[in-house]
Design a protein around this ligand. Structure first.
Ligand code: UD1
Ligand code: CA
Length: 464
């Protein structure tokens, strides 16, 4: 018989309505990104990682479509018509549920630093038989002067878990109150039945909002022990209410991501200048040199050397590549490729294995076949370059006639002389050759040799 999984009976609610006015942004706060990932995705991914099967995002009428476009239809959505406070948001989240689950986990869409380990411990603590109607994930106070302060009411067990008398919001705190030692991360587990019965009874706060945190005092006053579970590290409580906090959170995430990849066997030469998005993966024994950004849907293979001074965005780089002082965007780089310094791969560049792209090479929407080389300043746009082709210095595919873009095809083993202009559409056959300075406006047959402006076919050896 398989073990009963209590999480299978839980629902997660992510609060993503509200004004987010402190961001001073036209973009909804949950859709601002940190380390390349939208804030709300951190909360949703966390709940999924912890095995919560059903997730409801509470959005506002103004941001529900944008959030839905990002998260997709695996998530349930509830709309909170007015930003009436976090308790009102939870009430709207519960309203759409057909049955009340045993456990409701709640968190905000603006706390991307909460770790799976902490939510796991919170869920376990809540399920552990203490029968608390509300279990609150708390952290030691390090940065949290604008957070809810946890007031304890009794003895704690060896892990620090103990009853709470109230959570006092920073804005409602007495001026002479001592600095808080423990803060509310905004992550909770509730008994579903108790929550459904009490969410409508939350009193209006001085600010006019309905605070979810008021439930702590309400429960304590009626003899129900609300429990604080102090499992979070200080930085996990950092929320994003304004741009300074967004930057602070980004710094913590960056450090965590860098440390993760170092533990996985990646060398990072300079932590302070290495920016790796949460969405990136890196193979073993890769070396990331200073001043390098790995952005978006990027994968770096094993034994690669990336940087210094490189930006790789939305690209797949296979094993043993060297990319120095270059920008690679939306491209696929196969194994054993060397790029740079000062080259730029633009979207849809496919660089096959063993290719060398040297200084000042720009490639866009082109395939460069295996073993080919373009060592010095050139532009390859809308081109299909075969294998073992040599592209001389200064070669340009003239792909644009002022109206349309056209393709250039260069066959295997061709030799393109320095300063060749390939006026597309044009094909150079396999083993073809262009002389230095040629302007190629007509196709070159296989093994044909052309020179001049416009390039003319030289007689074959037989004809000479
Ligand atoms: C809240 C907690 C505070 C806790 C902190 C942790 C309350 C009253 N306070 O404060 O104790 O320390 O989070 O980060 O809950 N939201 C809605 N609808 C609303 C208002 C807010 O969905 O009407 C959402 C927001 O989008 C946000 C979350 O709820 O994701 C928290 O709201 P926010 O205004 O940021 O609360 P804090 O002041 O940070
Ligand atoms: Ca907040």
């Amino acid at each position: 018989m398989s073990a009963i999984n209590p999480r299978a009976e839980s629902v997660g609610i992510v609060l993503a309505a509200g004004h987010g006015s402190r961001m001073r942004s036209r973009i909804p706060k949950p859709l601002h990104s940190a380390a390349g990932k939208e804030l709300i995705r951190y909360s949703v991914d966390l709940m999924v990682e912890c095995g919560i099967p059903t997730i409801v995002v509470v959005a506002s009428p103004g941001n529900v479509d944008a959030i839905g476009a990002v998260l997709g239809d695996q998530i349930h959505y509830a709309v909170q018509p007015q930003a009436g406070g976090t308790a009102d948001a939870v009430a709207h989240g519960l309203a759409g549920l057909l049955t009340m689950p045993k456990t409701v986990a709640v968190m905000s869409a603006d706390t991307p630093l909460v770790r799976a380990e902490s939510l796991e411990k919170l869920l376990d603590q809540h399920a552990s038989g203490s029968h608390a109607p509300m279990t609150i994930l708390t952290a030691p106070n390090a940065f949290g002067m604008d957070l809810g302060h946890v007031h304890r009411s009794g003895s704690v067990d060896p892990s620090g878990v103990g009853p709470v008398s109230a959570i006092v919001e920073a804005r409602d705190r007495d001026a002479d109150a001592p600095d808080p030692t423990e803060v509310n991360t905004g992550v909770y587990c509730f008994d579903g039945k108790w929550l459904a019965e009490n969410i409508g009874r939350v009193p209006r706060s001085g600010s006019g909002e309905l605070y979810l945190t008021s439930l702590a005092e309400m429960a304590a006053d009626t003899g129900n022990a609300v429990v604080a579970a102090p499992f979070a590290l200080p930085d996990e409580a950092m929320g994003v209410n304004d741009r300074q906090q967004l930057s602070a959170v980004e710094t913590v995430l960056r450090d965590r991501i860098n440390c993760h990849w170092m533990r996985e066997g990646v060398t990072i030469v300079d932590l302070a200048t290495t920016y790796i998005d949460a969405t990136v993966s890196i193979g073993q024994d890769a070396v990331i040199r200073p001043n390098t950004m790995l952005i978006g849907q990027t994968t770096i293979g094993e034994d690669c050397e990336i940087g210094p001074n490189s930006v790789i965005r939305d690209s797949a780089v296979a094993d043993r590549c060297r990319i120095i002082a270059s920008v690679v965007e939306g491209s696929s780089v196969h194994a054993d490729v060397s790029i740079g310094p000062f080259s730029h791969l633009r979207p849809q560049a496919i660089i096959e294995s063993g290719v060398h792209l040297g200084n000042y090479v720009e490639v866009k929407n082109s395939r460069v076949g295996s073993g080919s080389a373009a060592g010095h300043f050139c532009y390859l746009g809308d081109a299909d370059i075969g294998t073992d082709v040599n592209i001389g210095a200064g070669t340009i595919t003239c792909n644009y006639d002022g109206v349309d873009k056209h393709r250039t095809v260069v066959g295997d083993h061709a030799f393109i002389g320095s300063d060749t202009m390939l006026v597309a559409p044009v094909t150079v056959g396999p083993h073809g050759l262009t002389g230095a300075g040629s302007v190629v406006i007509r196709d070159v047959p296989p093994a044909g040799r052309v020179v001049g402006v416009p390039a003319k076919l030289l007689p074959t050896n037989d004809e000479e």
